[in-house]
Design a protein. Structure first.
Length: 294
């Protein structure tokens, strides 16, 4: 295992071989690829330099950093948390252990929502990102030019702090306000131009069946959507229903098999002239975008 890479004299190539074996034992299908990723991240080198250095001895500090990173990955800690950063669309966001890792399927509907928002000119558009996590959705909508400003809300103090950090790093401090709060309770008066949300939607009993990177390492509060996975979505929709004016656009991410029930819930508000479903790379209906009645 990871301890086998701590011998006094070791080349980078030997580390890669042993790391690949350890990652295979940990159940990772792309073990060879992941071993090389770890080496690039820890040593701060590219693929070409990785090839050049395969027969070069590792220094003591390099070996220790590689060993520690490998140990974390064999425990199935997400790669993004080991690296301390993740990519979403065209931008890099900081992340740390204990926070929800953004998914590629979310990128699909965020781009669609951005395109729809970009057609809604006629004033500055303010987007509210509910359950913002690291801030990837709300901040990306600003970076894409779809929103002039964003209000990012999360019940987790740790998530809110990371979203603020990402806003600063991306030069969005003047356009993004991050607050800690429970869904839309932080918003007064009761109105918003657009609402986007990727809330917890995993059925409580299914969390333990998820892959280890999620079940072991991601905060339960970022996954647990109640018995049927829709508790938070219902609460959010109830709060939206209390707005004097509905948002011009609302986009919600949902889980596999939840589209039918969420469609019924959203239509039940009677405030939308149209609903659009966005499918992810696997053809699963991953998000609903609702447009307000005139």
């Amino acid at each position: 295992m990871a301890g086998e890479v701590s011998e006094p004299m070791m080349t980078l190539g030997t580390f890669l071989e042993r790391a690949t074996s350890a990652l295979k034992e940990a159940g990772l299908e792309q073990a060879w690829r992941e071993a090389r990723w770890l080496a690039r991240e820890v040593l701060g080198i590219g693929e070409a330099d990785l090839v050049l250095r395969e027969n070069v001895l590792l220094g003591p500090a390099e070996k220790e950093r590689l060993r520690a990173a490998l140990e974390r990955r064999t425990q199935r800690e997400p790669l993004a948390c080991i690296a301390g950063r993740t990519h979403f669309l065209r931008w890099q966001f900081s992340i740390e252990p204990g926070l929800f890792v953004p998914r590629p399927e979310t990128e699909v509907w965020v781009e669609v929502a951005a395109a729809r928002l970009s057609r809604m000119r006629g004033g500055s558009l303010v987007v509210v990102d509910v359950g913002c996590g690291t801030g990837v959705i709300g901040l990306s909508l600003c970076l894409l030019g779809a929103a002039s400003r964003a209000l990012l809300v999360d019940v987790s103090a740790e998530a809110a702090a990371m979203a603020r950090r990402n806003a600063r790093a991306l030069g969005l401090e003047s356009r993004a306000l991050v607050v800690q709060g429970d869904l839309l309770r932080a918003i007064l008066p009761r109105r918003a131009h657009a609402i986007v949300a990727n809330l917890p939607y995993v059925e409580r009993g299914a969390i333990r069946e998820l892959e280890p990177e999620i079940a072991r390492w991601e905060p339960p509060a970022a996954l647990d959507g109640g018995e049927d996975g829709l508790d938070l979505i219902r609460r959010l929709l109830a709060q939206v229903a209390a707005f004097a004016e509905p948002p011009r656009l609302m986009a919600l991410e949902v889980g596999a098999g939840q589209a039918g029930e969420v469609d019924t819930l959203v239509r039940g508000l009677g405030r939308w002239k149209a609903l659009e479903w966005v499918s992810d790379y696997g053809g699963i209906k991953r998000a609903v975008i609702a447009y307000a009645r005139d």
